[in-house]
Design a protein around this ligand. Structure first.
Ligand SMILES: *Cc1c(COP(=O)(O)O)cnc(C)c1O
Length: 376
């Protein structure tokens, strides 16, 4: 059996190396390394895939979030509601822009932002909601969009972990994550479901004016060369990364399908176990692309399990061990601990097992049996 890895980028590369080489070679031949045709081709293909009018590539997912927010022209002190249980990038960019992050609790089964908690946190200063499609599962967008409309708020999707997931509205209409809010951000960090061989990110929107505004922001606030209308940034996806992503985009549905199969196989070992809660999926839709396969442990020793897996050469992760409201950088004395009962519990319970598109059946069985051996 191959050595088990959290993410096995080498095995994935082995299947596509010729295509990647040819795609990169065409960039070398064109010598068009910045904003070249390869970036534009990838952008067009991603627009078609996601079903969104505009994709604006940029340097990474954190930039994508920051630029999406810059596009909304908010005022210092405006409040942005987001989840307490996520990666820090989401709240980091809010703070950097002198906006006020308002963290709210998440749902105990989906781990995603709790719409009820959103509604309770709304004030006169609230301007936007950032749902994160955490671990690859789409947030409860119908409810979030309803709240946003009611209170006249923007919805900025953090789609760094959810690319390729499909959301099904109550009326049966389906759409991909990243096309659901006013604007969305994604990341092409190598371990993401659509990962480059370096950094990359993109902003999505269906709004023509916002897309135009954002295309200037990513390019030093320029709309005409050397005329700077707004304070912008320099954030670009380079052509070599676009060459890799163009190849991998063709396989994204296949990769996500493989992740789903791996998740179902894990489930078959774990479901019904008194110490384990397997990942919940919304209804019966394709809402989950399993960026992570995350279990909740009930009355079990997580540190012991991590050590036990380590002894058998099985990597695992704890995403995330500290709620954002308890991070030093984002601590706010006015925030009450009892408003985060779910996040405070999840940070103690969660454990993520190896998840990628090249996991073999044997590997999954070995991982699952090693987990079960510790619990019984
Ligand atoms: C990875 C990630 C980001 C940041 O993406 P980078 O490309 O690493 O900057 C933002 N939000 C979430 C939820 C992520 O998982």
């Amino acid at each position: 059996m191959k050595k088990i890895q959290m993410v096995d980028l080498k095995s994935q590369y082995d299947f596509i190396r010729k295509e990647v080489a040819a795609s990169m070679e065409s960039v070398f031949e064109s010598s068009s390394y910045i904003n070249g045709p390869m970036v534009q081709e990838f952008q067009k293909e991603l627009e078609l895939y996601v079903g969104v009018k505009h994709v604006i590539p940029c340097a990474n997912g954190t930039d994508a979030l920051q630029i999406a927010l810059m596009g909304l022209e908010l005022k210092p002190g405006d409040e942005i509601i987001t989840a307490d249980f996520t990666f820090a990038a989401t709240v980091e960019v809010i703070s950097l822009l002198h906006l006020k992050p308002v963290l709210v609790d998440v749902h105990p089964r989906t781990f995603n932002i709790d719409p009820e908690a959103i509604e309770k946190a709304i004030t006169k200063k609230t301007k936007a909601i950032i749902p994160v499609h955490l671990f690859g599962q789409c947030a409860e967008m119908a409810e979030i969009l309803r709240i946003a409309e009611k209170y006249n708020l923007y919805v900025v999707e953090d789609n760094a972990q959810g690319i390729g997931a499909t959301y099904t509205f109550p009326d049966g209409i389906q759409a991909k994550t990243g096309s659901l809010g006013h604007v969305a951000a994604t990341s092409f960090f190598p371990s993401k479901n659509l990962g480059a061989y370096g950094d990359g990110g993109a902003i999505f929107t269906n709004d023509d004016d916002l897309a135009h505004f954002i295309r200037g922001i990513v390019n030093h606030g320029m709309y005409t060369r050397y005329y700077h209308d707004v304070v912008g940034v320099n954030s670009r996806l380079d052509s070599l990364q676009a060459a890799v992503l163009k190849v991998k985009l063709k396989y994204l549905d296949f990769y996500n399908e493989r992740r789903k199969e791996a998740a179902l196989r894990y489930n078959s070992f774990f479901e019904g176990h008194p110490n384990l809660i397997t990942p919940h999926r919304l209804a019966d839709c394709n809402s989950h692309v399993f960026h992570q396969y995350t279990l909740r442990l009930i009355d079990a020793d997580r540190d012991g399990l991590v050590a036990h897996l380590g002894k058998h050469d099985i990597p695992c992760g704890v995403y995330y061990p500290v709620p954002l409201h308890a991070q030093k950088a984002y601590a706010d004395p006015s925030v009450k601990e009892h408003t985060f009962p779910v996040t405070n519990q999840l940070v103690k319970d969660v454990i993520s097992l190896p998840m990628h598109s090249e996991l073999s059946s044997d590997q999954i069985e070995f991982i699952a049996k090693t987990v079960l051996e510790f619990l019984t």
